[in-house]
Design a protein around this ligand. Structure first.
Ligand code: F6R
Length: 242
């Protein structure tokens, strides 16, 4: 595990963007695994800035997003497809047909999950997976459970996740209760992973995830076993080593 300590959120965003940029520059047709949520927003802004300066080219890059809410379509401003369009894809030269987000409107969710896994497999897997971490230790929407779920699957969101995500919705009742998420196996098969964490709200769970026992009760703890894990965290989120 490589720990990169950042001074604050903007430093974290720049350092994380550097990790992604290195992959894009070294492997122009790489497959990026992407996350939504608040944490990577600054990193996406930085990538857009470097793209606009002419330092980055995304024309051959492919992307796979971790997850999507069930029941929200691409036009819904709370959907993760909409988030990705707004926060990254609309501002860079990635070919939209090279971007993938699970289809939360699929009539047959099980079939959609299988399609998504096959698609990841057909692309040759993920080169660099960007992850945030939920305050209950989830990665993607792999919630604390009795066992690690391997493949892309339908998940009932934990109450803690619904509560945390309600900040993006008008009311807590509007937060979808289910999502489609890439499984732990697909995440762990990424060649490299960059885990981002910011703010003291993440400090306890980061300590458990990185230095506690490996358990499906803290899904992110499995990352300790990844051979190429890069953690970019600000001082507040990684108190234990700062
Ligand atoms: C988002 C995702 C989630 C978030 C996590 C942290 O695609 O898969 O696991 O990374 O909930 O969210 P923020 O960054 O908002 O704290």
């Amino acid at each position: 595990m490589k720990l990169i300590m950042a001074k604050n959120y903007s430093d974290l965003s720049r350092k994380a963007a550097n990790v992604v940029s290195a992959t894009v520059i070294l492997h122009p047709n790489c497959v990026l695994g992407l996350a939504t949520g608040s944490t990577p927003v600054g990193m996406y802004k930085q990538l857009i800035e470097w793209y606009q300066k002419g330092d980055l080219d995304f024309k051959a890059v492919k992307s796979i997003n971790l997850d999507e809410y069930v029941g929200l379509d691409a036009q819904s401003d709370q959907s993760y497809r909409y988030f990705m369009n707004e926060n990254l894809f609309n501002h860079i030269n990635i070919d939209r047909s090279n971007t993938s987000v699970p289809n939360g409107m699929a009539a047959d969710i099980e079939r959609e999950c299988k399609r998504y896994d096959k698609h990841i497999h057909d692309l040759g897997g993920v080169d660099l997976q960007v992850l945030g971490i939920g305050n209950n230790g989830h990665i993607g929407f792999n919630e604390p459970d009795e066992a690690f779920e391997q493949e892309t699957h339908l998940v009932n969101l934990a109450q803690k996740t619904i509560d945390a995500n309600s900040r993006f919705f008008d009311s807590i009742d509007d937060v979808p209760k289910q999502a489609i998420t890439m499984g732990i196996k697909s995440i762990m098969q990424a060649k490299s992973i960059v885990l981002l964490a910011s703010g003291e709200g993440k400090a306890d769970i980061m300590e458990k995830a990185l230095f506690g026992p490996i358990t499906p009760k803290v899904p992110a703890s499995i990352l300790q076993l990844h051979p190429h894990l890069i953690v970019v965290a600000d001082k507040d989120a990684l108190k234990v080593v700062s």
